[in-house]
Design a protein around this ligand. Structure first.
Ligand code: NAD
Length: 335
């Protein structure tokens, strides 16, 4: 099948080309994000392949469908960037990669927690400059600390498992309880209870209307002073301006982010020669207790190879008229 692959980097090509040896699709790579303005590039293609910062809203879906696209194959688990109702209206099928390596994201999450706690990012810079002072690098034992996990699906459950090994006390909030977490002895509590009792709060729920800005001025107010907040899920779970106010007041003691609500204008590109126009993001970078990575939690060899294989299998299944176990639809969202 002829597939227009958007937002491609060298690593996407490498892993997709390797996996495509057995699928034989005609993959045409485009560097730009998929959005209304670039959707004409896909004219004459039956499928597009998109990533997390592509904006597949209703006008984009319309233009894709007008140009002959019948399948949107996401190289991601999250699908909050696709207007599923518009896709349904135009008979365009959407498939995704529901799980590739939850270990990658869980391990990166714990990496952020440890780096922030022990200030490894700061000591790295100091030592390179011949500054061996440890003033200001004081951390705390993870053992015995209370960690609140919001969303105990595949990734949240793995984070729980790792932190259980550290001897943390674990609390969880989810709309469903996960038997694997319950077996670890994790206590499910209400969100206000989790916020009030946790020294570290880590977000692993999907971005949906119900979870948009789940961390806001009010919920930040319910947290312990000096709390560590981690988000490797989706940027808009946090109201960034409220988080900045909480950093200034000392309510947030540590903030670790792999995602940011306006990241589509920043992440995955080298902007080091440009003036960043996003003042909110730039303010975040001024805090010594904020550690940001540019949406790289998923970025392991294992994950990229699994994403490529599942994406191409999704496309092959569609081409052969097989049932699409990784399809996402408005109906699925409601179930
Ligand atoms: P999952 O579907 O296995 O788990 C999500 C969990 O969130 C489920 O247990 C679900 O019940 C729960 N949930 C749903 N609504 C909720 C609510 N209102 N409040 C609390 N919990 C709620 O998903 P996953 O594979 O564990 O991924 C979690 C998120 O991580 C994804 O949605 C995605 O946005 C993000 N992610 C980020 C990266 C990255 O590179 N940073 C990579 C992959 C996934």
């Amino acid at each position: 099948m002829k597939v227009a692959v958007f937002s491609t980097k060298s690593y996407d090509r490498e892993f997709l080309d390797t996996a495509n040896a057995k699928h034989g699709h005609e993959l045409v790579y485009f560097e730009p994000h998929l959005k209304e303005e670039t959707s004409l590039l896909a004219s004459g293609f039956e499928a597009v392949c998109a990533f997390v910062n592509d904006r597949i809203d209703a006008p984009t879906v319309d233009k894709l469908a007008d140009g002959g696209v019948r399948l949107i194959a996401l190289r991601s688990a999250g699908f909050n960037h696709v207007d599923l109702a518009a896709a349904k209206k135009r008979n365009v099928i959407v498939v995704r990669v529901p799980a590739y390596s939850p270990y990658a994201v869980a391990e990166h999450t714990v990496g952020l927690i440890l780096s922030l706690n022990r200030k490894i990012h700061r000591s790295y810079n100091r030592v390179r400059e011949g500054n061996f002072s440890i003033e200001g690098l004081l951390g705390f034992d993870m053992h015995g600390r209370t960690v609140g996990i919001v969303g105990t699906g595949k990734i949240g459950a793995l984070v729980a498992n790792i932190l259980n090994g550290f001897g943390c006390q674990l609390l969880a909030y989810d709309v469903f309880s996960n038997p694997d977490c319950a077996a670890l002895g994790i206590k499910y509590v209400s969100l206000p209870q989790l916020l009030a009792a946790s020294d570290i709060i880590t977000l692993h729920c999907p971005l949906m209307p119900e979870t948009h800005h789940i961390i806001n001025e009010e919920t930040l107010g319910q947290m312990k002073t000096g709390v560590m907040l981690i988000n490797t899920s989706r940027g808009a779970l946090i109201d960034t301006k409220a988080a900045i106010a909480a950093l200034k007041s000392g309510k947030i003691g540590y903030l670790g982010l792999d995602v940011y609500e306006q990241e589509q204008d920043l992440f995955f590109d080298n902007l080091s020669e440009k003036v960043i126009q996003d003042d909110v993001f730039e303010r975040l970078l001024t805090f010594p207790n904020v550690l940001i990575t540019g949406h790289q939690a998923f970025f392991t060899k294992n994950a990229l190879s699994s994403i490529a294989e599942t994406t191409l299998t999704n496309i092959s299944d569609f081409e052969q008229g097989l049932s699409l176990k990784n399809a996402v639809s408005v109906e699925l969202l409601k179930s």
